[in-house]
Design a protein around this ligand. Structure first.
Ligand code: ATP
Length: 234
């Protein structure tokens, strides 16, 4: 399968602080990659760098063979790179439907529209006329994903979307993933729950203190290997 994303020798961080060291990562078209690692390991920083919200100190980000390192997040969104960050960041005074329409305005053309999002995420459909400020955390998270889908992501980056949500809501979010992939999205997600990670991922990459210390297919890795990499005891 062809490579959609190529992260090559990336160092990144904030001001003088370096959070990522020599990250190399290839993700194939259609793949679902899970990033795991302890708090502060650098997972969010890596997603932000891939999305273009953070410019790397060195190294390159390639998308479908094109070097996009110099392109800011808005330009990458037009090419289908979409980050759903930790914490939901909806427009609180807009309704659910209006928030979804914002996603369509910033993304690219493709199969996703309001009807399809509502079909894939019944939780979102039920709340379509409600103001975002009046939604529960789980509902907001679902809308944030729906909004990303409206931009027809080619590469969807999900940062701990299940954090703090009730298991039932998380189940609903995960139930939508196969449909999202069927529409052609490649997915990188950060997930703390190893059971969910192994259930959903094709491949797993473990981040420890700013470095990728282990990668492998979900079928080829054991939980013990991933746990050891997570704690740096491998
Ligand atoms: P978490 O699950 O806690 O979000 P993470 O693996 O996503 O963990 P990052 O958020 O990428 O980790 O953080 C990596 C390192 O960068 C940490 O040491 C963190 O304190 C630091 N960091 C993150 N955001 C900023 C920022 N805006 N300014 C300065 N340092 C930051």
């Amino acid at each position: 399968m062809s490579t959609l994303l190529r992260v090559d020798s990336v160092d990144a961080g904030y001001g003088d602080f370096q959070a990522l060291f020599g990250i190399d990562l290839d993700v194939a078209e259609g793949e679902l990659l899970a990033l795991v690692g302890a708090n502060g390991a650098g997972k969010s920083t890596l997603l932000k760098t891939i999305a273009g919200a953070l410019k790397p100190f060195r190294g390159t980000i390639g998308l479908a063979g094109e070097d996009v390192t110099a392109e800011p997040d808005i330009r990458r969104a037009r090419k289908g790179v979409c980050l759903v960050p930790e914490g939901r960041r909806l427009f609180p005074s807009l309704t659910v439907e209006e928030n979804l329409q914002v996603g369509a305005a910033t993304g690219r053309k493709g199969p996703w529209n309001l009807a399809k999002v509502y079909e894939a995420m019944p939780l979102v459909a039920d709340r379509r006329t409600r103001k975002a400020a009046r939604l529960s955390g789980g509902e907001q998270q679902a809308v944030a994903i729906g909004r990303a889908l409206m931009g027809n992501p080619r590469l969807l980056l999900l940062d701990e979307v299940s954090l703090g949500l009730a298991p039932l809501v998380v189940d609903q979010l995960y139930t939508a993933l196969p449909g999202i992939r069927a529409e052609g999205a490649t997915v990188i997600l950060v997930e703390q729950d190893l059971n969910r990670t192994f259930a959903v991922a094709d491949r797993i990459a473990c981040v420890l203190e700013g470095r990728i210390v282990l990668t492998g297919t979900a079928a080829g890795l054991t939980r013990d290997q991933v746990t050891a990499a997570y704690f740096g005891t491998g």
